[in-house]
Write a protein that binds this ligand. Structure first.
Ligand code: NAD
Length: 391
């Protein structure tokens, strides 16, 4: 199989990600089946797609009425029955909830109902692709295809190799991603969180610890980060992503990487109250009047904005040490396209005269081993390690 053979795709889950991925596939000319467990969820997803197409494409003159009509009526099919949804498609992209048992049962069904050569891709944020593959009889065809929110606007797609994913499957998904107008980056091992979520996990834990240990107020931190050029404050981003999703990711990292990732108390409290961020109108900030406006005069020296960069570089080096990513350049590309950052972590290395010392200080201050310098940095071998990728 090659990417040109892909004509019809099924997206499982018509939620935030599923309907967005379906929009991208329709815009690229594919036939799309959008499947959810109840008709009302399918209808809601299709309605959201229609509104997005009208607002961001039709009204801006990027597509015509005829094109919109063709996409919605000829290319798109909304389905509830699983067998009907997947039996004649070339690729399935699952975007069902981030719950291991749900994902596994979906892969079991896919194994039963799809054609032999259909590729089964998962949009999981953190979980092991190899675990999903194990419940199928075609582990070589199971792959990670990790999108970013919102799929229509974010360019990055991480293409993740599970233990048994074949090189052919990786190549097809790479080419397919490019045909969808996105920027693929290969992840060679399905480490928890892959590239972007893995590298932002320690900085997320750092921002959690800052609030839990009452080092500074959210607005003080966000103003400080924006002052040094970050497009969005850390806690505005937390609210934007959804505090339940964030907390869920941290719980998973706590289980599979280190207990240091345990969600901070303030986050658990907000989730328990149902204050989940933008989607509920309240989270760390009040969103009832739209995106919170950060008072830049609150920028403070209670925190050092570059601490977050230091822990991200540290995590990036860990990924290279593990062979999860082929080159520092791939990491920079992923972080730029996945986080809308002007530069990637390795392009910010010059900020630090003593990265090892800085990481040791951060680990001590917040009492978390996950911030401590990784082997290469600890041994003072970072420059030669990074140079080895250029050979
Ligand atoms: N939201 C994000 O920012 C984001 C970004 C990247 C990846 N992801 C990942 O994408 C996946 C989906 O996340 P989301 O935010 O779109 O969730 P969501 O809750 O908005 O949507 C999930 C949808 O899946 C449906 N569903 C449940 N079981 C199903 C099944 N067996 N078959 C088909 N549909 C089923 C639900 O009814 C729901 O409509 C998760 O794995 C998440 O980690 C999310």
């Amino acid at each position: 199989m090659n990417a040109d053979d892909i004509k019809k795709v099924c997206i499982l889950g018509a939620g935030a990600m599923g309907h967005g991925i379906a929009e991208v596939a329709l815009l690229s000319g594919y036939k799309v089946v959008l499947r959810d467990i109840e008709q009302k969820f399918v209808d809601k997803g299709i309605q959201a797609m229609k509104e997005n197409f009208e607002k961001f494409y039709l009204q801006k003159g990027k597509i015509t009425e005829e094109q919109l009509d063709k996409m919605m009526k000829e290319q798109l099919e909304g389905v509830v029955d699983m067998k009907k949804a997947v039996s004649d498609v070339d690729v399935v992209i699952e975007a069902v909830p981030e719950v291991m048992n749900i994902k596994k049962s979906v892969f079991k069904e896919l194994d039963e109902y799809t054609k032999k050569d259909t590729i089964l891709a998962s949009n999981t944020s953190y979980m092991s692709i190899s675990e999903f593959a194990k419940v199928t009889a075609k582990e070589d065809k199971v792959v990670g295809m990790h999108w970013f929110n919102p799929p229509t606007r974010m360019k990055l797609v991480e293409v993740i190799k599970g233990d048994k994913t074949s090189e052919e499957t990786m190549k097809v998904m790479w080419d397919f991603t490019e045909k969808l107008g996105k920027v693929p980056v290969r992840v060679e091992k399905d480490v928890p969180g892959f590239i972007v979520n893995r590298i932002t996990a320690p900085s997320g834990a750092l921002f959690g610890a800052i609030l839990d240990q009452k080092v500074a107020e959210p607005e003080e931190v966000d103003a400080t980060l924006m002052q040094v050029g970050q497009p969005m404050g850390a806690y505005v981003l937390f609210d934007y992503v959804g505090l339940d999703i964030l907390s869920h990711g941290q719980e998973y990292c706590a289980k599979v990487i280190s207990p240091d990732y345990e969600p901070p108390k303030f986050l658990k409290d907000l989730v328990d109250k149902g204050d989940l961020g933008m989607k509920t109108g309240k989270g760390i900030y009040d969103w009832s009047a739209g995106r919170p406006q950060i008072d830049m005069s609150k920028a403070t020296d209670k925190i050092d904005a570059t601490d977050a960069v230091a822990v991200q570089i540290n995590e990036s080096v860990k990924l290279l040490e593990q062979g999860a990513v082929k080159s520092p350049g791939d990491i920079d590309t992923a972080m730029k396209y996945g986080m809308n950052m002007p530069v990637g972590p390795f392009e910010m290395l010059g900020m630090f005269d003593d990265l090892k010392g800085r990481l040791e200080d951060i680990a001590k201050k917040y009492n978390k081993e996950i911030f401590a310098p990784t082997k290469t940095i600890k041994e003072g071998k970072l420059d030669e390690f990074l140079a080895s990728f250029k050979k």
